[in-house]
Design a protein around this ligand. Structure first.
Ligand SMILES: [Zn+2]
Length: 324
């Protein structure tokens, strides 16, 4: 492997030992945001050659069930997904993966960009689920890596106004660089109604057509439902508690569709195209890089957010003595 990014879910597994129904019961190799160099190929693989750089979509379905056959393989009950118990991830020097989920990177796309296709695909999936298109107005709650890639995707999909909210000032500064029309810095003691008021102000007293919730916090999800315009879509991407209090009446009476996002499905090619054509630049997300030998430090940086960490990368094949 060339580059493996640390994702919030990796940190969840490390700290909590579980995410929702997925429980770590025995030691598991972590890592699922990866790019690599092809060393060897299966004899029937025709679309790759040795030495190619590839982005690795980390899950592969059974290819036989109704979900796989109808293009929703992310819902396959027999999905094998990197670093989702009990399947090992790819934070390793050498790793074997199904070739049809390896996407060749053009020579002008770096392996770092290849690894970042994973979080970008989450943002692409959220925008597709929310029907973001030219003229959409989009609220994004949470400016972590997934909020920021949702912003990049919404911009590329043609949204006319994008507002993003977070506690963290440095993340909001990056959101501005990424093209957010307005940022909202939420304070820890802000009440729900305070934030809602800021949102309305940011949209010139209108309601966004799509809200993408990336924080996973109860207040964030409640706000996503409450502020989305009548007939709009609230897309849930952030992972938090599985049972919370929600204003479902607001969604019911106003036909606000609540849409869950689980990973991505056929979104890697879209993400690669967006990067390869220069429509989005994911590289500013990278704040830290570590060699494999410093994985513990890398995880500590990702867990604590030290040094304004956004995306922390590990380079499995970089010698620890080199300066990265
Ligand atoms: Zn399947």
């Amino acid at each position: 492997m060339e580059v493996v990014g640390i994702c919030g879910s990796d940190v969840h597994y490390l700290v909590d030992g579980r995410i929702g129904p997925f429980v770590v019961e025995k030691p598991m190799v972590i890592g699922h945001e990866a790019s690599g160099t092809v060393l060897e190929l299966g004899r029937n693989v025709k679309h790759l050659k040795e030495g190619d750089h590839v982005a690795i979509e980390p899950g592969s379905g059974c290819r036989r069930c109704k979900y796989c056959k109808t293009g929703r393989y992310n819902l396959c009950p027999d999905m094998r997904f990197c670093a989702t118990p009990p399947i090992d991830g790819n934070l390793a020097r050498y790793y074997v993966h199904d070739a049809d989920f390896c996407f060749k990177l053009p020579s002008h796309v770096s392996v770092e960009e290849g690894a970042l296709l994973e979080p970008l695909s989450c943002g692409v999936r959220a925008c597709k689920r929310g029907g973001v298109t030219i003229g959409s107005t989009v609220l994004i709650l949470g400016a972590g890596p997934i909020g920021l890639t949702s912003l990049l995707a919404a911009k590329a999909f043609g949204a006319s106004r994008i507002v993003i909210a977070d506690f963290n000032e440095s993340r909001l500064e990056l959101a501005e660089r990424f093209g957010a029309n307005c940022t909202i810095q939420v304070c820890p003691d802000d009440e729900e109604n305070d934030v809602i008021e800021h949102v309305y102000e940011a949209f010139d007293n209108k309601q966004p057509s799509v809200s993408i919730e990336c924080s996973g916090a109860e207040m964030g999800i409640r706000i996503a439902i409450l502020v989305t315009k009548t007939g709009g879509k609230a897309v849930l991407l952030g992972m938090g508690k599985t049972e919370i209090n929600l204003p479902l009446g607001s969604a019911l009476f106003r036909e606000v569709d609540i849409k869950g996002v689980f990973r991505y499905v056929n979104d890697y090619p879209t993400s690669l195209d967006m990067v390869a054509t220069g429509k989005v630049d994911v590289l500013p997300l990278i704040t830290h890089q570590f060699p494999l030998e410093e994985t513990l430090e890398a995880f500590e940086t990702a867990r604590t957010g030290a040094g304004n960490a956004i995306k922390v990368l590990i380079r499995p094949n970089t010698d620890s003595s080199s300066n990265c």
